[in-house]
Design a protein around this ligand. Structure first.
Ligand SMILES: Cc1cc2nc3c(=O)[nH]c(=O)nc-3n(C[C@H](O)[C@H](O)[C@H](O)COP(=O)(O)OP(=O)(O)OC[C@H]3O[C@@H](n4cnc5c(N)ncnc54)[C@H](O)[C@@H]3O)c2cc1C
Length: 386
């Protein structure tokens, strides 16, 4: 069989080599302690991997979404979890696309060199959920600054970031003609904000993922921290979602291959009734099925990457890649657990940890129903349902 050379093999080899320094035991221990993978994140930043998509003029690698997605895929495929770092890759895109030259020159070189972390983006609110245009957090302009009040929920990596992108209402919903107007984005310097109008309350959760509730009480934000034009923030956030969804799809693909490899190996090794359990079709067929589905999802992920990197519209492909990959990785997780029988539940096998981790991606950063709604309305021309 002739197999075409993988054009990303060099990146894969380099990321795999870095990940080998952080084996299963490292992530298992952090999971037990609910701790953040500081050493791992530092190593990735020092090697420049999280600056993959920052243009070279700002000190980044100037690579595309394709290459960035390979980095995150390899992290998950090595048994790690990109959830601790992926924000750094897509949040900088908001500054790059919509920031002023002054903002880009101020932040991007330090983000590229690993001195500044922009791991957080604050959109979701407790009372409005997916209905983003109804957000209640407000930013009111006053004496050369904006004063922010409100609440956010599920905001990840705030305790391990220097900067955060915030979406807030600058014009009341009742005063805009279109509900998507009147929201703005700001770059928040967390080092100056926490304890001075911003309170961070961690949310214990099912996975080892640092995520928080945020309370804004008259937080003062300098006027120059507004990104782009006032009132256009919702559009700017949407612009970043295709990259985010495609990167998450790649992480799920990485998880999927990890689960399949573990299942394949165990099914070949584990002997019950005097033969490897993988001899039974009831064991091998679900593994084969999971593999087929991960491979198919991977094609859509690379299609989305290709369109994004060619600056072409990729909303349908990015959404479909996220849906297919999250579903495939979850099915692979289930098959892997089943193949391992009771041992799948043992912490030392890492399967239950990855099983919990990959489940998240059917809910965040966008839930499966919202992808169906997008495809129904924007691809198939069905009536808007909400
Ligand atoms: C671990 C974790 C990390 C996160 N990190 C961040 C972050 O860093 N920044 C951030 O801003 N957010 C973050 N989120 C929030 C995440 O994006 C939301 O949880 C997600 O978008 C769903 O919103 P919700 O939880 O409010 O669900 P809801 O909007 O309350 O929806 C609940 C369920 O109902 C369904 N539903 C709602 N309306 C409809 C409808 N019209 N039709 C069909 N189904 C519908 C949804 O699909 C969902 O399954 C994170 C969440 C988690 C769990």
């Amino acid at each position: 069989m002739i197999v075409a050379a993988d054009p990303h093999q060099e990146i894969r080899d380099a990321v795999r080599q870095l990940c080998r320094q952080f084996p299963d035991e490292y992530f298992r221990k952090l999971d037990e302690e609910k701790a953040y993978p500081d050493a791992f994140v530092d190593a990735l930043m020092a090697a420049g991997w999280l600056a993959a998509m920052i243009p070279q003029e700002y000190g980044g690698a100037g690579l595309g979404l394709t290459e960035a997605s390979v980095v995150l895929e390899e992290i998950n495929r090595s048994g790690g979890n990109s959830g601790a770092v992926h924000g750094q890759m897509y949040n900088m895109g908001t500054l790059l696309r919509h920031g002023s030259n002054a903002q880009k020159n101020k932040y991007l070189p330090s983000i590229a060199s690993g001195k500044l972390r922009i791991q957080s983006m604050a959109v979701t609110e407790p009372t409005t959920g997916t209905d983003t245009t109804k957000i209640k957090t407000t930013a009111v302009k006053k004496d050369g600054r904006y004063v922010v009040n409100g609440q956010k929920v599920w905001i990840s990596r705030v305790q391990h970031s220097d900067l955060m992108i915030l979406l807030a209402r600058t014009t009341p919903l009742a005063a805009v003609t279109k509900k998507s107007e009147g929201m703005s984005i700001f770059v928040i310097d967390l080092r100056e904000s926490i304890g001075r109008g911003l309170t961070v309350v961690p949310i214990p959760n099912m996975v080892n993922h640092e995520t928080n509730e945020l309370f804004f009480d008259n937080l003062e934000v300098p006027e120059e921290n507004l990104v782009g034009e006032e009132g256009k923030g919702f559009r700017y956030i949407l612009d970043g979602l295709n990259a985010e969804r495609t990167l998450i799809a790649a992480e799920c693909i990485g998880d999927g291959y990890w689960f399949i490899e573990r299942a394949r190996k165990y099914a070949n090794e584990r002997v019950v009734f005097d033969r490897p359990i993988g001899t039974n079709q009831g064991v091998q067929f679900p593994i084969a099925e999971a593999y087929i589905e991960v491979e198919a999802a991977n094609l859509m992920r690379f299609k989305a990457c290709e369109l994004f990197d060619a600056h072409e519209a990729c909303g349908p492909q990015a959404n479909m890649a996220k849906y297919l990959a999250a579903k495939a990785s979850w099915e692979a997780a289930n098959v892997c657990l089943q193949t391992h029988g009771g041992f799948g539940f043992a912490t030392e096998y890492d399967i239950e940890r990855k099983f919990r981790e990959t489940r998240l991606y059917q809910v965040a950063p966008v839930s499966t129903n919202m992808i169906f709604a997008y495809v129904a309305e924007h691809v198939l021309g069905l009536p808007r349902s909400f």
